[in-house]
Write a protein that binds this ligand. Structure first.
Ligand code: NAP
Ligand code: MN
Length: 266
């Protein structure tokens, strides 16, 4: 078993990752920063975003596990005190040695076209586009047909598992993370007699795509999960459900709706 551990950098998370290495060595696991089979993220959901992007080129070959050292997370759902149990499960000793159930969540693929060239990115939570200095003006097409002209602060396009993050703060719906879809939510659109947008969040299925075209000279802030990029030469962004998925190793059941209830209702 080749593994890698990524922690948030706070003392508790560092201590836990040391403890993990010790227990893992006893089981004969091999630390491998290049080609791990399992990546353990210790910290919060934000730490999982970092882990995901650290191994972005090897996503199909990795199973992720999240341990939280603060509040319960959506990607980080193992408690710190359960670490020994997690190692037992990982070594196949738990639950009759059945090994983990692999749960796969869809990702969002972005094709960003700038005057200087095109780049492709994959995100775990969401992509957001915002006006950096003024009201953003973009045209939104769905499946190559004009859908609407948008004026306002911005647009957030999230994955199903990202729907509990920024998307939720924008009034988007919480989606079960196994649904193969993407959700588009508005960020403070201007709606009056002249400008009109749909106003409600939209969910697109797999095999549909949406394009966001910049419709004025403007400086825009693009966010991809925890990363920010300010640019002034955007042509368009194509959003679609990625053909890749992220895998999580589940060693015991923790239904998504229970996580929603515990995280948001207490
Ligand atoms: P951050 O400011 O530390 O994270 C913001 C919060 O979002 C943290 O509490 C984080 O949980 C939580 N979070 C991350 N992914 C989540 C998910 N899938 N479901 C529910 N909560 C989630 O920044 P960061 O750690 O670099 O993370 C960047 C993320 O922050 C972005 O992807 C975006 O979703 C989110 N964000 C939210 C808002 C908003 O709600 N208004 C605004 C901007 C960005 P942990 O504490 O466990 O890490
Ligand atoms: Mn962060």
């Amino acid at each position: 078993m080749k593994y890698y551990v990524l922690d948030r950098g706070d003392q508790l998370s560092i201590d836990l990752s040391q403890q993990f290495h010790k227990l893992a060595a006893e089981k004969g696991f091999e630390m491998d920063s290049e080609s791990p089979e399992i990546v353990i993220s210790i910290g919060g959901d934000g730490t999982m975003l970092h882990a995901f992007h650290s191994f972005i080129d090897r996503i199909p070959e990795i199973a992720f596990v999240g341990v939280h050292t603060g509040h319960l997370g959506f990607y980080a759902d193992w408690k710190a005190q359960d670490l020994p149990k997690l190692i037992e499960f990982m070594s196949g000793a738990g639950e009759g040695g059945l090994g983990p159930k692999i749960v796969k969540y869809p990702l969002l693929e972005l094709e960003i076209e700038r005057k200087s060239g095109t780049s492709v990115h994959t995100v775990l939570n969401e992509f957001a586009i915002k006006g950096a200095e003024a009201t953003m003006v973009v045209q939104i097409d769905i499946n190559d047909e004009v859908f609407e002209m948008f004026r306002g602060d911005g647009i957030c396009v999230s994955t199903p598992s990202g729907s509990t993050a920024y998307n939720r703060g924008l009034g988007g719906a919480i989606m079960h993370p196994t649904l193969e879809a993407l959700q588009i939510a508005e960020i403070a659109s201007i709606n009056n007699r002249v400008f009109r947008t749909l106003g409600s969040p939209l969910v697109l299925p797999k095999h549909h795509h949406c394009d966001i075209y910049s419709r004025k000279e403007q400086r825009l802030l693009l966010t991809m999960d925890h990363r920010y990029l300010a640019i002034d030469d955007l042509v368009s962004v194509r959003c679609r459900v990625s053909s890749h998925k992220i895998s999580f190793a589940r060693y015991r059941p923790f239904p998504f709706w229970n996580r929603v209830r515990e995280a948001f209702l207490g």
